[in-house]
Ligand binder design. Structure first.
Ligand code: HEM
Length: 454
């Protein structure tokens, strides 16, 4: 992977050579995550970040072993999701007749819907099964044709470049990986296509914590929080208008369905506020994540040049490829979203009750105790889908179905329409800050397929 060595020069942080150098959260850390993981696995599978907790005194514990992460995410009773704690806090505040404080108001739209719709594990399950699965989970198959059309329309915009002797170059992120999930999610939810640019802006304002937030808790400064609120201006009103219009004139889309459904689990219809909350989470989770997966998949194809031909010749292997790519380059590298409810021990390290765990999906996915040759892309690997990229257990990502479908269809169409994809000299492969694995720019040279499009 010599093409990627410029990262080491671009990053303000030196490439870690020993445990003392490993800082997953410092400026430029993204450029060295995959050099840090073998060090963590060997020397500190539970890395203690002293005083990094919310009170400035407690510690945060970074888990990088597959078995530890799996244990945590599969047991929400013992390792409470931070969101459940926020909801309990919000409920207690309301029970006292007080107005919610700053924590709740930051994403109050969403949090209040969690409070009323899924305060228990049973209701979490029902929420997924009845409300999201039919649209973005297993039921996402219904969008196959639409996603195929969106992928083809995006490819149409650049496929003829190079025909008159010019350079056949595509900015893969701007011209494919970013717009694809934006347009697909707008179509699924039922937002007008002309609104995609503003939805994209609101979407990136929602994820500011994961990009600009500092340290393992992704904390925004007061100025950044104010900027986030400013960038989200208009979103609540927009959602209210959309929901009202779909309640009175339902169409064939997810928001319309949510406004009309009789929610069996609670034996009632959803309120407008509950629909806003569900949609808020769809926009928050559904855009950048899939974009980053597509970006990394393109890079892997450039790094393993024979792979593109393999997938062209055997498109049934595309699903194995996207699973391996997501294992090797998890878009969501880690989240500090679980709290211990009692004293625990991981790999012999004592973790007090009430501690925040940073679950490092990206590292668990390349744990040598779980995977042989963990840094190799291997389409023959057993249990290809058992990576931690979407998390696991009852709180696993509800949008995994649609994301997998978008990725598979994207590469099916690209394999049909292109004969080659390779790096253009000059890419820096620099990543955005934060906890997501997001490459900032990616110029690729392509060769249009000679065979007729099918
Ligand atoms: C490659 C793409 C994606 C990745 C890597 C990803 C990853 C994740 C992860 C790691 C979690 C945390 C689960 C946990 O706490 O145990 C999560 C939660 C979530 N994801 Fe995804 N996701 C992706 C795509 C999507 C899409 C397309 C949607 C929406 C259509 C979505 C919606 C959500 C929501 C709503 C949650 C929060 C669930 C909750 O706690 O309420 N995600 N995702």
């Amino acid at each position: 992977m010599s093409d990627k060595t410029p990262n080491h020069r671009l990053s303000p942080m030196a490439c870690p050579a020993q445990l003392a150098d490993v800082d997953l959260f410092g400026p430029g850390a993204q450029e060295h995550w995959y050099e840090a993981y073998p060090i963590l696995h060997k020397e500190a599978p539970v890395q203690v970040l002293s005083g990094a907790g919310p009170d400035g005194a407690s510690d945060v514990f970074v888990l990088s072993r597959y078995e530890d992460i799996e244990r945590v995410v599969k047991d929400p009773q013992r390792f409470t999701p931070v969101m459940s704690q926020l909801v309990e806090g919000l409920q207690a505040t309301l029970d006292r007749g007080e107005t919610p404080g700053q924590d709740a108001s930051r994403f109050d739209l969403a949090l209040d819907s969690v409070r009323t719709l899924r305060p228990t594990m049973e209701l979490w399950r029902a929420h997924r099964q009845e409300l999201t699965d039919p649209w973005v989970g297993p039921g996402a198959k219904r969008h196959t044709r639409m996603i195929t059309e969106v992928a083809d329309e995006l490819i149409d915009r650049w496929i003829d470049r190079g025909r008159d002797g010019g350079d056949a170059i595509v900015e893969f992120i701007d011209e494919f990986a970013r717009p694809l999930p934006q347009i697909v999610m707008a179509r699924v939810l039922g937002f007008p296509i002309e609104d995609v640019p503003k939805l994209a802006q609101w979407g990136s304002a929602q994820v500011m914590q994961y990009v600009d937030g500092q340290g393992p808790l992704n904390q925004l400064s007061a100025e950044q929080s104010a900027l986030q609120a400013q960038r989200l201006e208009g979103f609540a009103e927009y959602l209210a208008d959309q929901v009202a219009s779909k309640r009175s004139r339902p169409q064939d889309d997810m928001i319309s369905a949510l406004t009309q459904t009789h929610y069996q689990a609670l034996d009632r219809k959803l309120t407008d506020e509950e629909v806003y909350g569900i949609v808020y989470f769809m926009v928050l989770g559904g855009l950048e994540t899939t974009q980053y997966a597509l970006e990394e998949e393109a890079q892997l194809l450039c790094e393993y040049p024979a792979l593109f031909d393999t997938l062209k010749a055997a498109p049934e292997k595309i699903r194995a490829f996207t699973e391996e790519a997501m294992r090797l380059r998890a878009p969501t590298q880690g989240l500090s979203t679980r709290v211990t409810t009692r004293e625990e021990a991981f790999q012999g390290v004592r973790v007090p009750a009430g501690s925040i765990l940073h679950i490092r999906f990206g590292a668990g996915n390349v744990d040598p105790q779980q995977y042989a040759s963990p840094y190799q892309l291997d389409l023959q690997r057993k249990s290809l889908g058992n990576h931690l990229t979407f998390s696991q257990g009852p709180r696993t990502c509800p949008g995994a179905g649609i994301s997998r479908l978008e990725q598979t269809i994207a590469w099916e169409r690209l394999c049909v329409r292109l004969d080659r994809l390779e790096y253009v000299p000059g890419n820096t492969f620099e990543h955005q800050p934060g906890v997501m694995l997001g490459t900032l720019a990616l110029k690729l040279r392509f060769a249009r397929a000679i065979k007729r499009r099918s």
